[in-house]
Design a protein around this ligand. Sequence first.
Ligand code: FAD
Ligand code: NAI
Length: 486
Amino acid sequence: MSETFDVAVIGAGPGGYVAAIRCAQLGLNTVCIDEWKNSKGKASLGGTCLNVGCIPSKALLESSENYFQIKHKVSAHGITTEHVSVDVPVMIARKDKIVTTFTAGIASLFKKNKVKSVHGKGTLLKRENSANSWQIKVDDNGNTETIQAKHVIVATGSVPRSLPFAPIDNDMILDNAGALALTEVPKRLGVIGAGVIGLEMGSVWRRLGAEVTILEAMPGFLMAADEQIAKEAKNIFAKEAGLQINTGVNIQSVKTSNNTVIINYTDSNNQEQISEVDKLIVAIGRIPNTTGLGVKENGLLLDERGFIVVDQYCRTNLPNVYAVGDVVRGPMLAHKASEEGVAIAEMVMHNEKGQASESEAVDFNIIPWVIYTAPEIAWVGKNEQELRAAGIAYKAGQFPFIANGRARAMGETSGFIKVLADEKTDRVLGVHMIGPHVSELISEAVMAMKFSASSQDIACIVHAHPSLSEVFHEAALGVDKRALHI
Ligand code: FAD
Ligand code: NAI
């Protein structure tokens, strides 16, 4: 006899595990099925984010930044250090410990909230039209069981996109998992793709001493960011961080020979080039993961790029089947996945109680983006090129970190904050930041936009002195040309 649930969630990344916890909190009998195994072959909840994504990458960014500060920056404070060295296996072990603490934490959260956790690959079995629930086959290394559920939330995430001529071996040619598990600093590191992973992982290994060359296909740099921020970032990364970034390249071939990876490519002038490196990270985007889910058998609709098609409430074309996170359209971000998971849980609960749904569609315009480089980059809402393209008249206020007392005291003066507001209504349309700790500062901008604040509203809020948040305040004042400290 198969067990029966109100809700079955497939995938325990930040989309799935959060959806499962919220469903259970709302009184729905919930199971979460996940197939992830860690390098020791053990089930490990948390998906890409906890196992090989957000959390481990931030652990290594923190460690490598500490090393970089001690080696290159603390002398300016009058602190002398000698024989500074890095023990990469210890750094990796620290990162692994953080990961296992958090993945085990999700198992505890499941227990606390009475979410049943089942390990294995979940496949939606073909459903008869007359049936009023779904059957999911769960396969754990050949041991199978069938689970029955009225509602199914698919949160199967994404996997790295690869280049056909550069197969990942996670020895010399690495994806994100391999890039997070190196046991020594490569002398020469190549990265294909100057996107978020390329910049973050390139920064980690550069700070630890690798020569890093990043090869990017697009003619521009960080094209999703505000143009001015991208320009500033490229300059700082080249001059201060020492990342060599070549844009407009076309990779022709990747070969390995005698512990060397040889990359043949044409540069932006169409000249043939060869780059030889010890390790190569391929970070050219991620693709939705629907392998083995039962897509064809059930007629689950995918778009031309393989994402599960959903409406604004994350409903698929199949009855009572929803999908959230990286496997559907929208930014591939953990907080976006979780937000969708919560919204779905609440919609399912209202449906079950026969109540009108009060769920709100997740508003992508107020989802923050953060790139954890040094300096950090963060934004929310529209950038200048998007506003110009949409023909929206706007005012801009900008303030540099170099004119801020706290940033000076910290010795972190690169970058600025820019506030964009509607020319007529003054409503904030976008906020763009590059500088120290902007991953934290962006939340104030998100809150301002969530509550439809004007730049005047932000200008009226008292910000502690001295603090980095004063840069945001001054940028908002700058919208009406009344910044005080510049
Ligand atoms: P996932 O986290 O991918 O989880 C999907 C889960 O489903 C996995 O456990 C998978 O094993 C399981 N699964 C798949 N198919 C099945 C099946 N058929 N049966 C059972 N289980 C299945 N985002 C941020 O917001 N901030 C960051 O700082 C950040 N850093 C990142 C760094 C790196 C190196 C990478 C690679 C990504 C990063 N991301 C970051 C992106 C973030 O990890 C993803 O957006 C997020 O994990 C998506 O969550 P998800 O729940 O949709 O999918
Ligand atoms: P990405 O989409 O950010 O960047 C991929 C880059 O590779 C792009 O600039 C693209 O133009 C380039 N590219 C594609 N094909 C190429 C080729 N053949 N040759 C050279 N360059 C090529 O994808 P990335 O970095 O793999 O990360 C995947 C996603 O994971 C991100 O988009 C983001 O959603 C998420 N992520 C988020 C983080 C954060 O929030 N801080 C950190 C890391 C990842």
